[in-house]
Write a protein that binds this ligand. Structure first.
Ligand code: CUA
Length: 343
């Protein structure tokens, strides 16, 4: 292999690899991607990202081309006059590229300020308010209401109406977490003892996955949440259903399951509205059967997963505050039936 050929061969390999890189970058769309915006803020952030990427790529190509040119060209002249001229040209070139770099960085800076300002200002005086409280390792979600009995408490799944700005009040009970639904907005930290605010608006109905984006301990990776963006009517129906107290057990098996729940340590941590279980150490279970996932997006809400979670949460999510339980098979079956009735 000669010195002249290898950059060409390497160049061909790089070019051949580029489509794969772009396919990998573009195919990540769907439920959790900052490059698949579903609202105005994520849209602005994605456009800004593409702008940075394209400009940086152009600059990179120019720099590499200039480098390759200076490495590969053959020196033809060595006399003193042409050396002086070359030095003069080079000095101008360095000055010009220095100025161009400064201009490009200032364009980035002001574009960044513009995007920051545009995504921060909420365009309404009357947004939907939602409170999100970070816990190790799950999300408490509250829909406040002037009428206390109309307030809704749920966990890990946030329903929002499409086309409506939603303002979030974010705080934490233990360590710093970060609220991030990439399809809708950038990250916002939840800091203990401090109220942070952010907002977003979903323009496209769908289910979007969010993720805690600040390392918060052993199960940081399993601290996900779901955003369900739905029509205003669907949202109203959902909110109304969530306002109701838990359904009473509809048969003897479920009644038995309720006795299992209320007679065990479940009540020390969980709330089921309409019963005397009123603790908020763990997620509110009043409408647990209406949720698609359990354990903060860790498992789908199926009977088998719920059984595994109740009996051996430490095996599924080591370090979680949920203790393992010793239930007889019959008690477990009844408890599962009861929880499945909490629509
Ligand atoms: Cu909560 Cu990471």
């Amino acid at each position: 292999m000669t010195a002249g050929r290898w950059p060409q061969a390497a160049g061909r390999r790089v070019l051949a690899g580029l489509p794969a890189v772009f396919v990998a970058a573009c195919a990540t769309g769907g439920r959790q991607s900052a490059l698949d915006p579903a609202g105005p803020q994520a849209g602005r952030i994605a456009t800004f990202y593409v702008f940075l990427l394209v400009v940086s790529a152009i600059v990179y190509v120019i720099v590499i081309a200039a480098l390759a040119f200076s490495v590969l060209r053959t020196r033809r002249t060595t006399d003193e006059r042409s050396e002086t001229r070359k030095e003069h040209v080079m000095r101008r070139g360095v000055l010009a590229t220095g100025i161009a770099s400064a201009v490009i960085l200032f364009v980035f800076l002001f574009y960044d300020f513009g995007v920051g300002r545009a995504v921060t200002e909420i365009p309404t005086r009357d947004p939907l308010e939602i409170e999100v409280i970070g816990h190790q390792w799950w999300w408490e979600v509250k829909y406040p209401s002037p009428l206390a009995s109309n307030a809704v408490v749920t966990a890990n799944e946030i329903h929002v109406p499409v086309g409506v700005p939603v303002r979030f009040r974010l705080t934490s009970t233990d360590v710093i977490h970060s609220f991030w639904a990439p399809n809708l907005h950038g990250k916002k930290d939840l800091v203990p003892g401090h109220v942070a605010r952010t907002w977003f608006q979903a323009d496209t109905a769908g289910v979007y996955r969010g993720q805690c984006a600040e390392f918060c301990g052993l199960q940081h990776a399993k601290m996900a949440f779901i955003i369900v963006a739905e029509t205003k009517d669907e949202f109203r129906t959902w909110l109304e259903a969530q306002r109701q107290p838990a359904s009473e057990p509809s048969d003897s098996l479920r009644a038995w399951g309720q006795r299992v729940f209320l007679g065990n340590s479940c009540t020390l941590c969980h709330t089921i509205a309409g019963t005397y279980a009123q603790s908020n150490v763990g997620p509110d279970l009043t409408h647990i059967a209406s949720r698609g996932t359990i354990a903060a997006g860790t498992l789908l809400n199926t009977r088998g997963n719920m059984a595994g979670w109740i009996m051996d949460p430490q095996g599924i999510k080591p370090g979680t505050r949920m203790p393992s339980n010793q239930l007889t098979p019959d008690d477990l079956k009844a408890l599962l039936a009861y929880l499945e009735g909490l629509k």
